[in-house]
Design a protein around this ligand. Structure first.
Ligand SMILES: [Zn+2]
Ligand SMILES: [Zn+2]
Length: 146
């Protein structure tokens, strides 16, 4: 890893070239790469949810797994993210913070009865007739929110 190095790579989703300057802060640079590779504001997206909650390595790991299983058809590859991770010699197999994210996710997500998708909201604002963005079913607020 070389702070100041500028990486140029393609963004998988758009095929545009982006650049990231390696800052020396892996969390910051990986978060930036994930935002480039997966520009998404979907409330049922665990990539966006984990990124927002401060788990960029987990977000990168989910994004790369989604890529492999082709859940995200549009972004089959993540060259920019791969380049950043390679720069930091990161092991893509076991992201830092995965257990913490899973514990956190359980407190900020709600499962849809209709489709099984999870809606994430850091503010836990699930009340007042909110619907699942995935299928449109009304979400049932939990009796107890951790
Ligand atoms: Zn997403
Ligand atoms: Zn649903």
């Amino acid at each position: 890893m070389d702070p100041g190095v500028i990486l140029f790579a393609e963004i998988g989703a758009t095929r545009e070239t982006a650049r990231i300057q390696i800052s020396g802060d892996a969390a910051r640079d990986v978060a930036q790469a994930v935002r480039f590779e997966h520009p998404c504001d979907d409330s049922t997206c665990n990539i966006t949810a984990s990124l927002r909650a401060g788990f960029p390595f987990v977000a990168a790991w989910i994004l790369r797994r989604a890529r492999k299983t082709r859940i995200l058809q549009r972004s089959a590859k993540t060259p920019l993210l791969d380049a950043v991770m390679a720069e930091y010699d990161m092991n893509p197999g076991s992201p830092e913070g995965l257990e913490e994210w899973e514990a956190h996710a359980a407190t900020v997500s709600l499962r849809c009865d209709g489709c099984g998708a999870y809606t994430y909201d850091e503010s836990r604002d699930w009340f007042h007739g909110r619907s699942c963005e995935n299928c449109g079913s009304r979400l049932r607020a939990p009796r107890h929110v951790a």
